[in-house]
Design a protein around this ligand. Structure first.
Ligand code: ADP
Ligand code: ADP
Ligand code: ZN
Length: 209
């Protein structure tokens, strides 16, 4: 099944994509993780993307479309995949429609106030992409999966977060309507805890399968 997770920064896309990926044994394709890895590795794409990410702006559509088009041709996508963080604009969604079939779009709905709190407490592993929240970490400072030191993302600082939420409402939220019109949209409350949200998503997926 080819799934898209749609939602504001902090809605829980990465967290859910990770566990859905394990449950369904299909890859999680997180464009944010791909970009952060490119920056860490100092690639050309990374250099291009960095200033946009740091400012809380979207990386240009053509860069993102090329990355995803190429990623979806890889063998591990043949049995389905979960897109986390793409598409983020209507042109990206239109481009995706030209090279891939989408089976369902899951919108994680969460109030802005909750998002700000989640993002300021988010800690990530830049090596494997795992995501945590300070409220669940206790005195743990390293990634449970790979041992790397956990960090606060530069763009999760308060100044940048408000900008990202604005960008979400202006440029990404129109996709809700885009997929609604195509009969693909399923809204799930994203404020019900990680496990409850996961169960709601799995129920939807089973109905679709
Ligand atoms: P979050 O999970 O908090 O929504 P992501 O990790 O998905 O954030 O993305 C981080 C940043 O990477 C975005 O703010 C944006 O600058 C860039 N980015 C990721 N995916 C896309 C995309 N599809 N289009 C444009 N920019 C993107
Ligand atoms: P996104 O990928 O949509 O930006 P993340 O999955 O990275 O969002 O989650 C943002 C932060 O909120 C992380 O610190 C994560 O641990 C936490 N979080 C995710 N889902 C939930 C939830 N259902 N309830 C409470 N906290 C959550
Ligand atoms: Zn890790």
């Amino acid at each position: 099944m080819n799934l898209i997770l749609l939602g504001a920064p902090g809605a829980g896309k990465g967290t859910q994509a990770e566990i859905i990926s394990e449950a369904l044994n299909i890859p999680q394709i997180s464009t944010g993780d791909i970009l952060r890895r490119a920056i860490k590795d100092g690639t050309e794409t990374g250099l291009k993307a960095k200033s946009y990410i740091d400012a809380g702006k979207l990386v240009p559509d053509e860069v993102m479309i090329d990355i995803v088009r190429e990623r979806l041709t890889m063998d591990d996508c043949k049995g389905g995949y979960i897109l986390d963080g793409f598409p983020r604009t209507v042109p990206q969604a239109e481009a995706l429609d030209t090279f891939a079939r989408t089976d369902a779009v899951i919108e994680l709905a969460v109030d802005d106030q909750v998002l700000v709190e989640r993002l300021s407490g988010r800690r990530v592993c830049l090596k494997c992409g795992a995501t945590y929240h300070v409220s669940m970490l206790g005195d743990q400072t390293c990634c449970e999966k790979c041992g790397e030191e956990l960090v606060l993302r530069e763009d999760d600082r308060a100044e940048t977060v408000l900008n990202r939420l604005k960008v979400y409402h202006e440029q990404t939220a129109p996709l809700i309507d885009y997929y609604e019109k195509r009969g693909l949209l399923h809204a799930v409350a994203g404020d019900q805890g990680i496990e409850g949200t996961f169960e709601a998503i799995m129920r939807l997926i089973k109905e679709k399968a």
